[in-house]
Design a protein around this ligand. Sequence first.
Ligand SMILES: Nc1ncnc2c1ncn2[C@@H]1O[C@H](COP(=O)(O)OP(=O)(O)OP(=O)(O)O)[C@@H](O)[C@H]1O
Length: 573
Amino acid sequence: MLRLLEIAGRRKGLLFISGFLAIIHALLSMIPYILVFYIIKELAKTSINYGIIKEYIIYALIAAVISTCVFYGSVILSHIAAYNILFELRKYITEKVGRLSMGVLSNSNSGALKKILLDDVERMENFIAHQIPDFIKGISLPIITISYLFSQDWRMALISFLPLSILMIWMPILYMGRNKALIKQYHQSLEEMNAGIVEYVRAMPVMKIFGQSAETFNKYGNAVKNFNHFVNKWIRSNTPAYAIFMSFISNALLPVLVLGLYLYFKNGITLPVLLLFLILGTGYIKPLFVLNNMGMQLSIINRGVEQIDHLVNQEVLPENTIVQHIDANHVEFSNVNFGYKENQNVLSDISFQVREKSITALVGPSGAGKSTVGQLLSRFWDVNEGAIKIGGINIKDYPIDQLMKLVSFVFQDSFMFQESLLENIRMGMHKTFKEVEQAAKAAQIHDFIISLPNGYDTLFGQSGVHLSGGEQQRFQLARAILKDAPILILDEATAFADSENEYKIQQAFSELIKNKTVLIIAHRLSTIVDADQILVFDKGRIVDKGKHMDLLLNSHLYQRMWNAHIRAQEFVI
Ligand SMILES: Nc1ncnc2c1ncn2[C@@H]1O[C@H](COP(=O)(O)OP(=O)(O)OP(=O)(O)O)[C@@H](O)[C@H]1O
């Protein structure tokens, strides 16, 4: 509860008012019962005053109406608070996730992230909006009732209090101890199922080709079976305790009735008092049903809050906030060592320089570490040792925003959003339509866009247009041209759709790299014969450096790669 109040932040006030109204509601909802007691008392008299009975009935009605209105107010306020809290929380989590290093993100499974952002946050709405008022009512109503009953007869009040006192001991034992482990397991099973379904949907094309179905996709199938198995186990282990709890509550009237009749026949209490205890003595138990359900909900929410806290407390990339002034955009790697995992270097002792407005190509066998170099320059990860500098300044000393303005990364796989084609190029940058259009023209994609009925407003994806691989690549190039960052990292795609597409991409490419400092991760050596510098990577090291002709003469690995490249071009089916 305290953590939730902390999360509520500025909305705490609304929650307090909502809680206060819930207490007033509990107080008011007692009044009709007390008035019924007075009516019975009046009826038990020898000369009955019907006028006062009428008044009692009117007061009871008024109290019932006001009590309902107050509860309504309490629930409305808790809903307003809940949705505001959810909004702030989602904003906070997504901003935080955006600042996490790629390392942290790629180590968390997508199912777990989805569960935190959607399910764990959503569950809080239910708790804050509905359960906080119920919880306060569930606590305050028994206290008000018992206090009133004590004022009438302490012996009867004590016996009425018996079920409550047993429940107060029972419920924490029932939920806090044994269930903690089960709830952890429940969340793990849900995460596995989420991860399974995300992967299942992503892998659909491959699955179809290999004739697989949901049942044969083991990861998802097993996750569903495990979840089912776990829920069965949970229900079996909880049912006996729950059954005892329920029968206990349902029979809570018995001790009140036994003692009440005994005292009544002994002339210890009057008939109206006996009736009062029979009506009210166990009436406070109903809200406890809500508390019982809430115990379980609270444990689940607790675990969700722990998960959210765990995610947002992950280390973010340390960032300098002071904007740096640079005169040139040359790049320098000095003695860089890096591994995705501890003690597993993917890059060892990497040193090279890229002059401003020059082209450096990175070549080498698959897995040699070329893409990793590009990712380090974009600071997706931080180096383990050594330094990467732009304009003579360590990239760690740049604010992330400034660094992102300096560097553009054109990936092998492009990601298109389910947005208009215009927004897919604009990517949230403050650029006019004219500027977007110019970039699209330079990227050789403008003619294609205007050939569509809705032009730049055409939606991509599900309900809109679908693009070929080559077209998507030209969209990527348009984004990079529009961004106009002085340093470009190009992870060259290995496959183009057709020669016309390839020609267009080459044109877009030449437009993009004009006057830029370029690092190109090359897969087809023919595209980089004119590069100012070629770095040959092998097993995470730079084994040779130079221009194309020098390397052909001096680098064995480059010679082998070049010969393989020539053979591949001559290859005909
Ligand atoms: N996110 C990651 N987590 C862990 N290991 C990774 C990750 N990305 C790459 N690796 C590993 O790092 C090594 C270098 O990969 P990298 O992608 O940099 O090679 P590459 O030379 O670009 O290969 P390719 O030409 O096939 O794209 C490989 O062994 C790869 O398995």
